[in-house]
Write a protein that binds this ligand. Structure first.
Ligand code: TYM
Length: 341
């Protein structure tokens, strides 16, 4: 008998163009994992509602995330690619899990505190319980591996706590989910402005989007913060220089990175040349993806078919889990009837 494949689940909010951080933190892993595991990848449209997006933009953004995933190599016949709001069981499980999540721990979540700082007039309950909904997404498929970037580490830790509480109270239903990356550590793709990470909504000039045209890519890279170079051999790199090397490691040849590292160590580095090279390597990396996205976006019938096919697969898995959940929670009051009531 063949060994049952481990289950993988992850999601991306449709809040704007995907960027290099989304690619290297998440989508690159999705593409590799679809060959080895049973995968569920989702457009997290419900999560995006926590920040009250423009309802007209939502449709475009959902289409874009789907197209960007596919252009990066996700195969909808191998992995289920679907929209979160199409799986109603998510909301049911979210409700149950909310009974196991405590106000204190939710208020301490870094992403919640950050959102409250950025939008003090909209600290809604959806934002507070954001990690609960994310847990529901994951465990709805009884997934154990969750490919995400470093910024999601705390949400995964919370997901494990909710799962432990559920299993302790109602019996072992769920495996504990873990953040996953093929390398040894979770990825954080730095922004081009010297500190912090690339992000969909903040600081567009310091973030490289998969939709950026070649000129925009070159310009953004050339504007990255540098200084006049080290004055002593083998000096430690300041964070903003380290970040440029990090970005180069993602898209450039090993020999290129080696050359500039040596130039740095012997104080002959010319940051203008380094950024020019990085700009060209970024263009080489991003432009084929951008072109593919544009051709996929033009085919709405295909996108719709992908989304429906993904939802069907996800619903089947969600329904099976919810049977176990209701049973474990004592929510079945009569022996089997056609409605399961
Ligand atoms: P979101 O939409 O903010 O980001 C999508 C994915 O991209 C990763 N990422 C990064 N990785 C490395 N460096 C960066 N600069 C960078 N920026 C973003 C994120 O870690 C993420 O993997 N809450 C999630 C969406 C979600 C989800 C889920 C994820 C909803 N339900 C269930 C996993 C499982 C989010 O807002 O991702």
């Amino acid at each position: 008998m063949s060994k049952k494949k481990e289950i993988v689940m992850s999601g991306i909010r449709p809040t704007g163009f995907l960027h290099l951080g989304n690619y290297f933190g998440a989508v690159k892993n999705y593409v590799r994992m679809q060959e080895e595991y049973e995968c569920f990848f989702m457009v997290a449209d419900l999560h995006s509602l926590t920040t009250h997006p423009d309802t007209k933009e939502l449709k475009q953004n959902v289409h874009r995330v789907l197209a960007e995933n596919i252009a990066c190599g996700l195969d909808p016949d191998k992995a289920a690619l679907y929209c979160q709001s199409h799986i109603y069981e998510t909301s049911e499980l979210y409700l149950y899990l909310n009974m196991l999540a405590y106000k204190g721990e939710l208020e301490k979540t870094t992403t919640f505190k950050e959102k409250v700082r950025l939008q003090p007039d909209n600290s809604n309950a959806g934002l507070l319980t954001y990690p609960v909904l994310q847990t529901a997404d994951i465990i709805l498929h009884r997934a154990s591996l969750v490919p995400v970037g470093k910024d999601q580490e705390q949400h995964l830790e919370m997901a494990r706590n909710f799962v432990k509480r559920f299993n302790h109270r109602y019996g072992e239903v769920f495996p504990e989910p873990h953040a996953f990356n093929y390398g040894s550590e979770l990825v954080k793709v730095p922004s081009l402005d010297g500190s912090g990470k690339m992000s969909k909504s903040e600081n567009q000039y310091a973030t490289l989007y998969l939709a950026d045209d070649d000129d925009a890519i070159r310009k953004k890279v050339m504007r990255a913060k540098t200084d006049s170079g080290p004055t002593a051999p083998n000096s430690a790199k300041p964070e903003y220089i380290e970040n440029i090397f990090l970005l180069m490691k993602l898209v450039s040849e090993e020999a290129t990175v080696k050359k500039f590292s040596e130039d740095y160590n012997n104080c002959t580095i010319r940051y203008g040349d380094m950024k020019k090279q990085l700009g060209e390597d970024m263009v080489k990396f991003i432009s084929p993806i951008r072109n593919k996205v544009n051709s996929i976006l033009g085919n709405e019938t295909y996108l719709r078919q992908v989304m429906e096919q993904g939802a069907e697969k996800a619903r089947k898995s969600a329904k099976a889990t919810m049977e176990l959940v209701r049973e474990a929670m004592g929510l079945k009051y009569f022996t089997a009837t056609p409605t399961g009531a």
